[in-house]
Ligand binder design. Structure first.
Ligand code: NAP
Length: 489
């Protein structure tokens, strides 16, 4: 076994619907694989559309009571769940590393980040204020109240097996919605462990329902969720192609759709930047989770005056990274999630080399066994390369050289995506100018890490619609209702 849990009851191998452990109706199961070793570490039910409808029905039944509970009660449930997650942080981190591959230190960080959404929305539940509007006629009184949208569904990716779930579920439950969650087929064990902890914190049956599937059955689950008139909101995190498909399927039942999709983040280093800090920021923005995050820096633009110095220091810093199984101490870069991901990154690097890129460290020639891709820095990157327009989703940092602010803004915005961007500058005027001109949902200035439960996370253009986190995250799960009281004397 690649992991040992202090609390073995967290290792759940059945789906959880209506407070009960369930097999799939078909009886089939699907294996969970450790990406570092390709070994089987568990299995879960391979559910499909029929199972999804069962989970939706359970959520609908539970909704009748949950939506009428007071915000104070919902808050207490979320606080209790937060305590259980925090108490089981080490076991959850072990599970994340085992099925997603990221280094244990990162998994621990993810658990803390994921738990912070429970705490944040436990508080926000109590602040879902409405409005009283000055009336347009003397005998009228106008109010706006917020109500839970109803049954909501979450479909999440494998790269943050805990955080992507709690970011959605905490907000939905706080708003008074019940939920069906479908974790990625690669990482269901973390999702089920989180659910076990929710049950332990006293969450009523059916408020949360976790269904598991395989890559083959995901589409049926997605269709059942999208086509269900009972599901009033769907929140998806994943690729743009999958998000578009789900939004199209959901259109027939006019549900609210929140999409957190792919990115192509620019990381700009201006001549006036603190280069040492920019290098540290670049490491954090690029190599976390082996470059497999939606907010990963995808394109590094470095101004000509500091280009050579930045590349030298960045290359030296990358040389210090240690590649290996995430469960080993001191490893900072784990494996890619699967063979398909590995081949994609290899193809992107080969294309860049064929188009004139130079390797300062890493590259395909350093290829390692299994799904481990060497941390790579490429220079002489240009817009013709695939990496200029595609999400690399691997530990590869291509550096483009630029001359002027105007030029780099054009380059940075020349993408269909608009999730995150980063830049380093010590000129306060430039900081505001560039932050306002960059087309994206989130900007990190002089930092390579911007995610937090207290701020809105989300993108523009093909990176999605809607926001998660902060006070804005509740909006995705609420309807506004306008009440007009007439005849007031
Ligand atoms: P993906 O292929 O779109 O899949 C994401 C999840 O959705 C998986 O569990 C997948 O299951 C499921 N899925 C896809 N199509 C579905 C459908 N029609 N019905 C039901 N489920 C469906 O993305 P990925 O490769 O796993 O994840 C990486 C992508 O996610 C990247 O583009 C990354 O940028 C993006 N991402 C975005 C954010 C954000 O907040 N913006 C955060 C993390 C990741 P199957 O694997 O079985 O298809």
């Amino acid at each position: 076994m690649v992991f040992e849990l202090t609390d073995v009851s967290l290792l759940q191998s059945g789906a959880l619907i209506d407070g009960k452990v369930c097999e799939s109706i078909s009886g089939s199961r699907v294996d969970v694989i450790d990406p570092a070793t390709s070994k089987i570490i568990g299995s879960v039910p391979e559910m499909n559309g029929e199972d999804s409808r069962k989970a939706i029905a359970a959520a609908e039944t539970a909704l009748a009571t949950w939506r009428t509970t007071t915000a104070t009660v919902r808050s207490k449930h979320l606080h209790a769940w937060h305590r259980h997650v925090t108490d089981s942080a080490e076991d959850l981190a072990q599970l994340i590393t085992a099925e997603c591959g990221k280094p244990l230190s990162e998994s621990r960080g993810e658990v803390a980040y994921a738990a912070s959404f429970l705490e944040w929305y436990a508080e926000e539940a109590k602040r879902a204020y409405g409005d009283i509007i000055p009336p347009h006629q003397e005998d009228k009184r106008l109010l706006v109240i917020r109500q839970p949208i109803g049954v909501a569904a979450a479909i999440t990716p494998w790269n943050f097996p805990a955080a992507m779930i709690l970011r959605k579920v905490a907000a939905a439950l706080a708003a008074g919605c019940t939920m069906v969650v479908k974790p990625a087929p690669q990482t269901p064990l973390t999702a089920l462990a989180l659910h076990v902890l929710a049950d332990r914190s006293g969450l009523p049956p059916g408020v949360l329902n976790t269904i598991t599937g395989s890559i083959d059955s995901s589409r049926q689950i997605g269709s059942a969720i999208c086509e269900s008139p009972t599901v009033r909101a769907i929140s998806f995190t994943g690729s743009t192609a999958a998000g578009v498909s789900l939004a199209q399927q959901a259109a027939g039942t006019v549900k609210k759709v929140s999409l957190e999709l792919g990115g192509n983040a620019s990381f700009i280093v201006f001549d006036d930047a603190n280069i040492e800090e920019a290098v540290q920021g670049a490491l954090a923005a690029k190599f976390r989770n082996s470059g497999q995050t939606c907010v990963c820096a995808n394109r590094f633009f470095v101004q000509s005056g500091v280009h050579d110095r930045f590349v030298k220091l960045f290359t030296a810093a990358v040389a210090q990274l240690r590649v290996g199984p995430g469960s080993e101490p001191d490893v900072t870069v784990g494996p890619l999630i699967d063979d398909r991901a590995y081949e994609k990154v290899r193809g992107i690097v080969a294309d860049a080399l064929a188009c004139g890129a130079q390797v300062t460290i890493g590259g395909s020639q350093d290829s390692m066994e299994g799904r481990f891709f060497p941390p790579t820095v490429l220079t002489s990157a240009n817009p013709q390369m695939r990496l200029a327009t595609e999400e690399i989703f691997g530990p590869v940092a291509p550096v483009f050289k630029f001359e002027t602010e105007e030029e780099v803004l054009q380059l940075a915005n020349h993408t269909e995506f608009g999730l995150a961007s980063y830049f380093y500058s010590q000129d306060i005027n430039r900081c505001f100018r560039v932050a306002e001109a960059i087309e994206c949902g989130m900007v990190g200035i002089n930092t390579g890490m911007l995610s937090t439960a207290v701020a809105p996370f989300g993108g523009v253009k093909n990176s999605g619609v809607g926001r998660e986190g902060g006070k804005y995250g509740l909006d995705e799960y609420q309807e506004l209702k306008y009440i007009c009281l007439g005849g007031v004397h």
